[in-house]
Write a protein that binds this ligand. Structure first.
Ligand SMILES: Cc1ncc(COP(=O)(O)O)c(C=O)c1O
Length: 621
C-alpha cells in the first residue's frame, strides 16, 4: 500500500510528490511543510488543518451536478441545499463555509435551539433555513421570530404534538398583528424504506422521527382547519447517514414522491418541495476491495431528478423543488488531523538489542544463522525452523536450562526472522503469513486522542484514511497498530489483517514522523469527547490566494490546562492558590528554588494537555 489508497479516497485533493503528501491545489505545499511551519510557532501536539478550498469544491460540485441532471431531464423544479449544522458547528469551519458558498444561496439546517441561533445569525436573508428534530414552544417561537426577521425558514413537523404547538405559537405571535408572518411548514414522513449501514436507524418504520400516513392525514386536516395549509410546502425524509448503497434511496424517493403527489392532489396547493435529507456517502476506504459506496454523485443526482419527474408526471402534479441536507459529503474532506509519532513500541526487537554470548546455546546459534542467511528462496523453510526453535527454547527456559538473556535473544531473533520473511514473501499473502503479521505489528504511540479526534472510530469502528507525511518514496514495511496517548486501551487503532496499515520503520529519536488522519471534517469534532481531559486539538485554516501562495490563518491553540478545568466548573482560583501554597509552604526548598518551581508550574499551566516534545527534540535540547 505504498500510495496509501489515495486513488480510492483522496478525490484528487492530495497527491504524493517525491516523498511527501501534498495538497493538489495552487502552489501544492506539502502537509509536512505546513505542519513544520505551525510547529515552529511553538504549537506542538496534534494539529487540525482546515482547507476552505475543499469545502468550496464540494459545494460547487453538488450544485453543478444537480444542475446538470436537471438540464438533462429538463426538470422544472429548483435545486436548493442547506448544510446540517450538527455535522460541524465550529466557527473556523462555518465561517469558511459561508464565505465560499455565497453564490449558491446555500443555507443551514438546525436541529437544536443553539444551532438555530447560529443559523439565524449566519444565514444570509433569503437563503433557506430548515429546522428539524424535536422542538418545544420556545424553539418554535424562535422559528417564527426568524421568519419575522425576513428569513426563508421551514419548520419540519416531526410529530402531531409539534403541530399543535405551531398552531398555538401562531396564535400567540400573529393574532394581534396587521401582517401575520408564518414560517414555511414541512412534514417529516415516516417511510417504510430504511437506509443501510451503521447509521440506518434514521429511516424506516421504527425510526425516531416522522409522521405515519395516518398522522399525515390528521396533520393535513389540522393545518386546513387552522388556516395554515397554505404554508405547508415541504415533504422531508432522511434515511440515514453514509448510505453506501443507492438502492434504499431510490425506494425512499418513490415512497416520498408519491406522498408529495397525493397531498398535492388532495389540495395542499402550496406544497412545492421535497427534502431528501443527507446520506450522501464519503469514500473513507484505503483498500480497493472494501469500498464504502457503490454510486457516484452523478448517479445520485440523476436518480433523484428522474424519479421525482416520473412520479410528478404520472400523478399530474408540478415537479417539486429538490432540497438536500448533505453534511458529511460537504464537510468530511476539508479537515486533516496531523499528529506526531512519539515512540515505536517494538524497538526492543532490534538487532542492536541482541546480547549474544561467546558461546550460545546451539538452538540460539542456529536461529542467528537462519536470520543472517535468510533469502527469498529459503524464507518459508527458515521461518518454519525459527518458529519451531522458539517453541523448544521457551520450553528450555521454563525448565531452567537457558537464562533470561537467551530468552531475550530468542524473542529478538524470531521477530526479526518473521519480519524479514514477511517482507521477502510479500507477494504470497497466505493465511499463515497474515497471522504472523499480527504477531509482529509495531505499536506507534501517536500524540492525539482517538476519543477526541476520531470518536466514530472508537464508537462505531468507522475507518479513516491514515498516511505518513513523508518517506512516501519508500515502501512501508511495518504492520502498524496505532496507540493514542489516553490512559485507555480502547484508544487504539489495532492492526487489521483485512484492512492492513503499514508504516515506516523509523527511529523517532533521530527523525520526526507524523501521521495524517484524513476526512475528519464531518461529525468528529463536536462528537469528540474530552476523555482524560484531552481537548479539541490546535487548529488552523489554510487559505490559498489567487497567486497560488498560502496563508496559515485563524490559528486557535488547544485549551490550556486551567481552561479545561474551568470548563468543568472547577474554581481555578482555588486550584491556583492551593498549588502556590503547597510550593511556598514546603520546608525542603530555598526561596530561589521555590521561585524557580513556581515559574515552571505557571508555564505548564499555560500549555495544553497534549505531550509537548518528541524524543528527537529531547535529545537535540
Ligand atoms: C435530518 C438530517 N438531515 C441531514 C443529515 C446529514 O446527513 P449526512 O451527514 O449523511 O449528509 C442528518 C444526519 O443525520 C439528518 O438527521
Amino acid at each position: 500500500m505504498k500510495n496509501f489508497g489515495l486513488d480510492i479516497w483522496a478525490d484528487n485533493n492530495f497527491m504524493i510528490q517525491n516523498d511527501t503528501i501534498n495538497i493538489n491545489h495552487a502552489s501544492m505545499p506539502s502537509l509536512l511543510e505546513l505542519t513544520q511551519e505551525i510547529r515552529e510557532k511553538g504549537h506542538k501536539g496534534p494539529i487540525l488543518l482546515r482547507f476552505p478550498h475543499l469545502i468550496e469544491k464540494q459545494i460547487s460540485t453538488l450544485f453543478k451536478t444537480f444542475e446538470k441532471a436537471k438540464k438533462e431531464f429538463n426538470y422544472q423544479g429548483d435545486f436548493q441545499a442547506v448544510f446540517p449544522l450538527k455535522v460541524n458547528q465550529f466557527p473556523n469551519f462555518l465561517h469558511a463555509l459561508m464565505d465560499v458558498s455565497s453564490e449558491y444561496n446555500y443555507g443551514l439546517e438546525a436541529g437544536s435551539k443553539a444551532e438555530l441561533i447560529i443559523a439565524m445569525s449566519k444565514t444570509p436573508v433569503g437563503a433557506p433555513i430548515t429546522v428539524n428534530g424535536f422542538k418545544d414552544k420556545e424553539m418554535i417561537s424562535l422559528c417564527f421570530i426568524a421568519a419575522k426577521m425576513g428569513h426563508n425558514i421551514t419548520i419540519t413537523i416531526e410529530g402531531l404534538g409539534e403541530l399543535k404547538t405551531i398552531i398555538e405559537v401562531n396564535s400567540d405571535l400573529n393574532s394581534n398583528t396587521q401582517k401575520p408572518i408564518v414560517p414555511k411548514i414541512g412534514v417529516r414522513i415516516r417511510l417504510h424504506s430504511s437506509g443501510i449501514g451503521i447509521w440506518a436507524k434514521s429511516g424506516g418504520y421504527s425510526s425516531k422521527f416522522g409522521l405515519t400516513s395516518t398522522e399525515l392525514l390528521e396533520a393535513y386536516e389540522m393545518l386546513k382547519k387552522n388556516d395554515l395549509l397554505n404554508h405547508l410546502w415541504m415533504i422531508h425524509f432522511h434515511i440515514g447517514s453514509q448510505m453506501g448503497d443507492i438502492a434504499p434511496l431510490k425506494k425512499a424517493l418513490r415512497e416520498a414522491g408519491n406522498i408529495y403527489a397525493e397531498l398535492k392532489k388532495r389540495g395542499a396547493d402550496a406544497l412545492g418541495a421535497i427534502n431528501i435529507g443527507g446520506g450522501l456517502a464519503v469514500e473513507y476506504s484505503q483498500h480497493k476491495d472494501n469500498r464504502e459506496k457503490n454510486y457516484s454523485l452523478s448517479e445520485f443526482a440523476n436518480d433523484v431528478v428522474y424519479l421525482m419527474q416520473e412520479i410528478s408526471k404520472n400523478k399530474g402534479v408540478a415537479e417539486p423543488d429538490i432540497f438536500t441536507e448533505s453534511g458529511r459529503y460537504i464537510a468530511a474532506s476539508h479537515a486533516v488531523l496531523i499528529a506526531p509519532v512519539l515512540e515505536l513500541f517494538s524497538q526492543e526487537y532490534n538487532e542492536k538489542g541482541l546480547r549474544l554470548k561467546e558461546v550460545n546455546p546451539p538452538l540460539i546459534q542456529e536461529l542467528y544463522e537462519l536470520f543472517t542467511s535468510l533469502e527469498r528462496k529459503n524464507a518459508r523453510e527458515y521461518l518454519h525452523d525459527a518458529l519451531d526453535h522458539m517453541e523448544s527454547l521457551l520450553t528450555l527456559f521454563d525448565l531452567g536450562y537457558i537464562d533470561l538473556e537467551d530468552r531475550s535473544n530468542t524473542e529478538i531473533l524470531v521477530n526479526l526472522i518473521i519480519k524479514k520473511s514477511i517482507y521477502l514473501l510479500k507477494n504470497e499473502s497466505t493465511n499463515e503469513l497474515k497471522k504472523l503479521q499480527d504477531r509482529i505489528q509495531e505499536k506507534y504511540l501517536v500524540n492525539f486522542s482517538a476519543f477526541q479526534s476520531l470518536p466514530d472510530f472508537w464508537g462505531l469502528g468507522q475507518q479513516f484514511p491514515i498516511v505518513p507525511l513523508n518517506r512516501l518514496d519508500t515502501e512501508p514495511t511495518n504492520p502498524a497498530s496505532i496507540w493514542d496517548i489516553t490512559c485507555d486501551s480502547d484508544g487504539e487503532i489495532g492492526f487489521n489483517r483485512n484492512l492492513p496499515l503499514y508504516l515506516h520503520d523509523i527511529d523517532v529519536s533521530k527523525e520526526e514522523y507524523f501521521l495524517a488522519f484524513f476526512l475528519t471534517g464531518a461529525y468528529q469534532e463536536v462528537l469528540g469527547m474530552q476523555h482524560n481531559l484531552f481537548t479539541h486539538p490546535t487548529e488552523a485554516v489554510i487559505n490559498f490566494s489567487d497567486d497560488g501562495s498560502y496563508t496559515i490563518d485563524n490559528l486557535i491553540e488547544a485549551q490550556n490546562l486551567m481552561d479545561v478545568l474551568d470548563d468543568l466548573d472547577y474554581d481555578t482560583n482555588t486550584i491556583d492558590k492551593a498549588l502556590k501554597y503547597q510550593i511556598e509552604a514546603s520546608e525542603h526548598m530555598t526561596k530561589d528554588e521555590k521561585n524557580d518551581l513556581l515559574g515552571k508550574l505557571y508555564l505548564y499551566l499555560s500549555e495544553n494537555s497534549y505531550l509537548k516534545t518528541i524524543q528527537a527534540q529531547n535529545e537535540k535540547q
